[in-house]
Design a protein around this ligand. Structure first.
Ligand code: BG6
Length: 483
């Protein structure tokens, strides 16, 4: 059970808070997971009359059905403070409100500050909290939650750490990467280490290559303010996809506690580097107009808020290698894109074909692939070859599958899980500073390469991305899995 606490969300009316955070808190309330002394304080310039907006967003985005009684009870615990981040008045009001809530519920000053704001506002918000004395606990604790991407490259990420460290001790900083809150992602470690049969094969003698794909069919409509100038590599590769890589490639931790897992993730990320030459091992693109089911989809530069000459990439693919004895020589191909043919996030581990593979198997194109399907249809799939009934030895690729939803009850949404963890003070699923910085170190050379290479080419919305992405694999006789 979480401590009695107040969760303050800066940017309560922003996109993330409306679509993910407030619905997750509602879901926690719905299943009785919020501690009795919990209060939610929303801070934003337009917070004052935002209750109907928050209600609508719960109706639209919560996992559980809307229950007016649950919402009604929750609104008793929601307090909205109107203020801008550089306005001292709002912070004074916040400090008095928190003191009143502590007194009313008889709780110590346990505060979570969730910075659902652009990183450029971190310093201002933290500085204002310090001015009103909110950064230092008297009897309780402080936890600060920051969203990704944390900075826009390694130097800016380090600078943000310096800012946070001025006000809060390192152990109180929770860097959110919501992919780590997904059950299927946590299952990677269970599958690898709770079973004896995979680990002996988990190396460069038996694995040919690994593909990590995060494809989205949605575009970036309505998100220009955040996305323009950020792009696909910073938005999801630097964080979500390199975290997936770390979990797939890391050594077995000595325990499943936060420190042991972080230690192994840091080690593997520190041995990970881009493979070059970059113009052959990476690709990027920007979605142009396309057609899906007879509906015309706009190109990025036709979306509201994007300049006609935007050079923001909406598709990125790259190749990394890991310089350890286990992984030397195994390419890890990573790709992501918006407005692709369908939505899928998966990790596919392709095993090396048998050295004396039967001619029939080779002719049938059997390839042993272990697929972790993160979403949708989360599950695990193993592709093997089997004999087709009848005369002769005709081999056919078939797959063995496990669908999580047919075995387990629906899991909490990632944000529901992670907010619960912050309230409990469990940092296991939050990347450490060193992980974030290694991830920037890995992709920075590619970002620099692109920064001097002009605008990306376009790919039609609703397709599998730019052809240049296929060239990355075809040079070594491999192909991407079909989207
Ligand atoms: C976010 C990115 O971190 O993840 C978005 O900023 C992306 O651009 C989203 O759409 C995808 O999350 P999920 O959980 O739907 O895969």
């Amino acid at each position: 059970v979480a401590d009695l606490s107040s969760l303050v969300i800066f940017g309560i009316t922003g996109d993330l808070a409306r679509k993910k955070l407030v619905p997750a808190i509602y879901d926690l309330a719905h299943c009785g997971q919020l501690p009795a002394g919990f209060d939610l304080v929303g801070f934003a310039r337009d917070a004052a009359n935002s209750e109907p907006v928050l209600r609508e967003s719960v109706i639209a985005h919560a996992r559980r059905p809307f229950d007016p009684a649950v919402w009604q009870a929750l609104t008793q615990r929601i307090h909205l403070v109107e203020g801008s981040f550089d306005d001292p008045g709002g912070f004074t009001q916040l400090a008095s409100l928190l003191a009143v809530l502590d007194q009313r519920r008889g709780k110590p000053d346990n505060y979570v500050f969730y910075l659902s704001v652009p990183p450029s506002a971190f310093a201002t918000v933290c500085g204002r909290l310090a001015v009103v004395g909110l950064n230092r606990p008297a009897r309780g604790w402080r936890r600060v939650v920051v969203e990704k991407p944390f900075g826009h490259d390694l130097p800016s990420s380090r600078a943000l750490e310096v800012v946070l460290a001025q006000y809060f001790p390192p152990s109180s900083i929770y860097r959110i990467d919501h992919y780590l809150g997904k059950e299927t992602v946590q299952n990677i470690l269970a599958l690898r280490f709770a079973n004896g049969m995979f680990e002996p094969l988990w190396n460069n003698r038996h694995i040919d290559h690994v593909q990590i794909t995060m494809a989205e069919s949605v575009g970036v409509t309505g998100r220009a303010g955040y996305y323009d100038g950020v792009g696909a590599a910073r938005d999801v590769i630097q964080n979500h996809l390199l975290q997936l890589l770390a979990l797939i490639a890391m050594e077995e931790p000595v325990g499943f506690d936060a420190d042991s897992i972080a230690a192994e993730k840091v080690k593997i990320l520190s041995a990970t580097e881009l493979l070059g030459p970059l113009d052959q091992t990476s690709a990027r693109g920007q979605y142009g107009p396309g057609i899906d089911d007879d509906v015309r989809l706009p190109g990025l530069t036709e979306e509201d808020g994007f300049p006609a000459d935007s050079s923001t990439e909406t598709f990125a693919a790259l190749t990394v290698g890991i310089t350890t004895r286990r992984w030397a020589g195994v390419p890890f191909y990573i790709r992501t894109g918006k407005r692709l043919a369908r939505r899928t996030t998966e990790i596919a581990v392709t095993f090396t074909p048998p050295a004396h593979g039967s001619p029939a198997a080779r002719a049938a194109g059997v390839s042993n692939v272990l697929v972790f399907r993160v979403q949708p249809d989360d599950g695990i799939e193993l592709h093997i070859g089997a004999k087709r009934p009848g005369g002769g030895m005709q081999i056919q690729p078939v797959s063995l599958g496990m669908d999580f939803r047919s075995v387990f009850d629906p899991a909490p949404e990632a944000y529901e899980r992670l907010i619960g963890d912050v309230l409990r003070g469990d940092g296991t699923l939050f990347p450490r500073r060193a992980e974030v910085e290694h991830s920037w170190r890995i992709i920075d050379p590619l970002l620099q390469h692109w920064a001097t290479a002009g605008r990306p080419g376009t790919y039609p919305a609703g397709t599998s991305g730019p052809a240049s992405a296929d060239d990355i694999l075809s040079r070594s006789g491999r192909v991407w899995r079909t989207l």
